[in-house]
Design a protein around this ligand. Structure first.
Ligand code: SF4
Length: 111
């Protein structure tokens, strides 16, 4: 299946989360090329302008701003709640890698 791939700008990789297990989420991509039949994240399509079906588009997020460390200090951050952060496009675009390198270099994580 062909996948529509676009780059989009975002102001912040962080999004406030209503999920019980996390304060914030980071989704490096919008959409997901796997098109799993059981996907719980397909509702995300309505927040995009895509006409393609879920599983047929991936937006590559770009962000010029660093993650705001003070905003997430002591908070939980869920990486990839509505996409696969290691989908096949990660090999080329390395969005997830860039985010994780930023996190590591700024040492604001705890395990
Ligand atoms: S977000 Fe997860 S469940 Fe949904 S299509 Fe991608 S890999 Fe499958």
């Amino acid at each position: 299946m062909d996948v529509c791939v676009k780059k989009i700008m975002t102001k912040d990789y962080l999004t406030k989360s209503n999920l019980p297990a996390s304060d914030f989420v980071i989704n490096p991509y919008v959409g997901c090329p796997h098109a799993c039949k059981y996907c719980y994240a397909s509702f995300m399509k309505r927040f995009t302008k895509h006409v393609e079906s879920w599983g047929s588009f991936v937006d590559i997020k770009e962000c010029k701003n660093d993650i705001n460390v003070s905003k997430v200090k002591g908070k939980s951050v869920f990486l990839s709640s509505v996409t696969d952060c290691y989908n096949p496009f990660e090999e080329q675009y390395k969005v997830t890698r860039g985010i994780l390198e930023g996190v590591i270099s700024r040492r604001f994580y705890s395990i």
